[in-house]
Each structure stands twice: as structure tokens, then as C-alpha cells.
Design a protein around this ligand. Sequence first.
Ligand code: ADP
Ligand code: GLC
Length: 524
Amino acid sequence: MKKKLNILIASSEVVPFAKTGGLADVVGALPKELQKMEHDIKIVMPRYYNISKEKWNLKPIGGPLGTPMGTLGEVWCGVLEGKLPGTDISVYFIEQEQYFGRKGIYNEENGEGFLDNDNRFTFFSKACLQLCKMLNFKPDLVHVNDWQTAAIPVFLNTTYKNDPLLKDAATLLTIHNMQHQGNFYPGLMEVLDIGWEHFNFLELECNDEVNLLKGAIYNSTLINTVSKGYAREIQTPEYGWGLEDVIKERSNDLFGIVNGIDYDEWNPESDKFISANYSVKDLSGKAECKKDLQKLFGLPEKPDVPIVGIVSRLARQKGIDIIAEAIYGLLDYDIQIVILGTGEVWSHFYFGEAAGKFPDKIGCHIGYDNALAHKIEAGADFFLMPSRFEPCGLNQLYSLRYGTIPIVRATGGLEDTIENYNEATGEGTGFKFYDLNAKALYNSIGWALYTYYNKKDAMQKLIKQAMTKRFTWENSAKEYENLYYQAVKKRIGEERFKSFELPKKTIKKVSSKSIKEDILEPAY
Ligand code: ADP
Ligand code: GLC
């Protein structure tokens, strides 16, 4: 049995407050499981302009919080406290008008990153640690996510290395996406204010710029990615985005933990967004959902024409250029395609135009719409994810749950979570392809459609197999807990870690002859 941990989780996105992608889903869900294990969890995120104080009942705490920002001087902010809905986990919101009092999380409306993202997230990272001091919260571990909070492990090993409250805090860096590293002009060193000696090729310097993710890879106690496959991939030039050698140096401390999904939110048996509920035992509601989806997208209401659904950030990462290349060719098939997404502006026009030209076959909604995402998961027959790289991916997991068969490129989390259909045995949960090109995509969809039309029993079996797969947060949270303890042990050393080992409980058992002691087995 081990002592429970004080854990600070820092993230730039948390569901339901702010989300651009799966990072928010992860940080909104993992803490709930960790709390069931009785750890003391605190979450911290920026208070973006559109996070309503009234809606989430956010209350100011303490006075203004000062955060030293090197040559920029002291930057002051407010702190608001709210709760992660449905729990009593505190979420702290860092409120700073100049940095977060604007529309958008990372980007201008035209998709360009804000020019001061370096200062915004350096500030946020440091404010997270200042918050611990304000709350007098001594974290055993700080869990940081992606480049936006990557300065935290750097600060803990420099600015705060002698701070009585923070010096022992271990760190776990979770890399959700290696592409975005937070590289900025070298002058950021003056704002970080940790000394230019850290601007070297081992620590923060990369191609003459400051690279925050690199700094975190160097300084974090342990590191993980969101699937085992991606942990292997980022050690290669194809997926490492220039940091493959840096991450390889830390390969002994690098782990892969696949994301779970929230089975309460994504459950076809109780989903409030879909027109009929259904289950693996009774799939009849799925046909109703399909009809509804066809109606929504103005497609002919034909029950026998397969629908391929796409819900995605429209970014190259997701292989949208491959979809764009293949889409007109795909219309050779008797097929309907529905697309929901936002992202690269060219793709809005491109897919919008395709839907305009072929309204009987393609439906396209440019935007972010959670209810519609649920309807697509429920109403489509197949779900397409031809990702160039995919650290984990959540949509294929939702698709499994909704009996919507994923067609995926075998990379990262997609490779790990989807089992290719085996024609000989009928085993599998989806269709996979390997080459990143339109031809491979076209062939793979062809294979799926052939199965749909000609092997109806095999198709039903696939659907059942998919729907009974489980990727729960309960399992993944146990793996995180394990890593947290390992990290704490590494940070404070084996000797001091002994204080985390609670003595095994003893109970007295009365037998008719003698009294003997029984050792209770630890739960770990
Ligand atoms: P990533 O984080 O790389 O975008 P994930 O698959 O991990 O990919 O997570 C994407 C999340 O965002 C999923 O919850 C998905 O349903 C959601 N999502 C993406 N685009 C949209 C959209 N246009 N409308 C609604 N939800 C979306
Ligand atoms: C990133 C990845 C995605 C992953 C998500 C949550 O956005 O692109 O694959 O599922 O983070 O970890």
C-alpha cells in the first residue's frame, strides 16, 4: 500500500471548459479515475475569454497572484476556482486579461498562431507553480501536457530548485503531439529568466531557437505518449519532427499509455444526441440514426448505401490532403460521405465545393459541433481516419463503441487500437491500410464496401466485435498511477521514497485455538 499523492495537472485545454482536440478530453477524464483512487488532484488551466464564470460557477480566490517574467517584470493575474463537473475536483483558472482575454485559444481567426504564444504559455506555466505557493500545495508530482506547459519541468529544475515547497516535485510529461513543440525566438530566454547557460543543444536550444518541448524532454522525470506505438515512432526521423535523437536519449524513461474514452458520454444506449438508442444486442436503432444523418446532410435516404463518416480537425496530420486527392475517385463506388471538421482554410472550400457538386453523395459541414459528431458516429457505417500520424486518436474508439467500423491508416494509436479484419477467420474490428496515398485509401474503402455488400454476416460479426471492445480510463489511469509513483521514486530517491510505502495493515483473526496475525495483501 502506498501513500496517496498530491498531483497537479496542468493543461491548456480541459473538457468541458475549452477544447480544440483530444488533449481536452484526456485531461477532463483522467482525473476522475485518479480521484477514485483517492489521490489529491488539482487541475490548472488558463481562463480563456469564453469560459463563463456564471455558467461554471467560478469563484475568485486569494488576492492577485504575481508571476516574475524576467525582463517583462512581474505579471499579475487572478485565480478562479471551479469544479470539474460531476466531481469535487478543483479546477483553477489563471485569469490574465492581456494574455487570455481574447477570442481563440492558440490562433487568430485566420488560423495564424498568436504572436505572443511564447509569453502567454511561459506565463501560464510559471503561474501554475506560483499557484502551488499561493495554495500552499506541495505537489508530489506535476503532470504536464504538450509544449504549452512544457516550461514547468524546466522551471522546477532551475528557478524553483531550492524552493522548499516545490523542489521535490517529480514531473511527468505527456506528449500528445510531437509536431507542435513551442519553438520561439531566443529572446524568450530572457523571459524564462533561467540563465543563458540553459540555451544549449542538450536543453532548450534547437536550430537557434528556444524549443520548450525539448526543454521538457530534458527536464521531466518521466515521459509518456498516448500509445505505445507512438512512443516507438517518435524515436524515428519520420515521426520525431527533429527531436527523435533527443527523445531517444530518454528512451529508458519513455512509456506509452493508450487513452481511454468516456463511456458515459459515448454510449449508443443512452446518447441524448442521437435519434434512436441502440445496443450490441439490438442494433435496430442504428438504422434510424442513419436515416436521420442522411436527412441532416440532405443525402438520399437509402438504407442500403453505406455511409463513410469523417469527424476531424482538418489538418495534414489527419491525412485530409489524401482524402482530398481520393474523394472524387471514391464516388465510383455506391457510397455516401459525410464530413464534419474545421481547420486548414483551403480544405473548407475544397470539401464544400465537392459537396456542392455531388449533393447526392457528399455532405459537408464546416464547423465544430459535438452533437453532430455524435450523430455521425451513430449514423455512419464506416469511419475514416487516414492519419499521417496519430498519437492515439479518440474517434476510432468512439466508432468502435457505436458499431461504426473504422477504416484507418495503421499508424500510432490507430495501429494499436484497431485490429485488421481477417477474411479467413472473421476476426478484427476494422480495416487498415499502410501506405499514405490516395490509392491505398481507395483500395481499403473498396475492401470495406465489398465486405458490406457481399459478406453481410461477416459485417455483422465485425460490428459486434467492435462494439464489445473496451478502452476504459480505469485501466489507463492505473498505468498513469504506476508511472506517477515511479516518477516520485526517481525524483526523491529510493531511500526517501520508503516514506511513501505504508506499513502493511495487520488484523487480528480469532480462531478457536489461537490468535494469529494475518497480513492484508496490498491493493497494488
Ligand atoms: P486530435 O486531438 O488530434 O484532434 P483526437 O481523435 O484525439 O484527435 O480527438 C479529437 C476530438 O475532437 C474528438 O473528441 C472529436 O470528436 C472531436 N472533434 C474534432 N473535430 C470536431 C468537430 N469538427 N466537431 C466536433 N467534434 C470534433
Ligand atoms: C493529440 C493527438 C491525438 C490524441 C490526443 C489526446 O491531439 O493528435 O491522437 O488522441 O492528442 O491524447
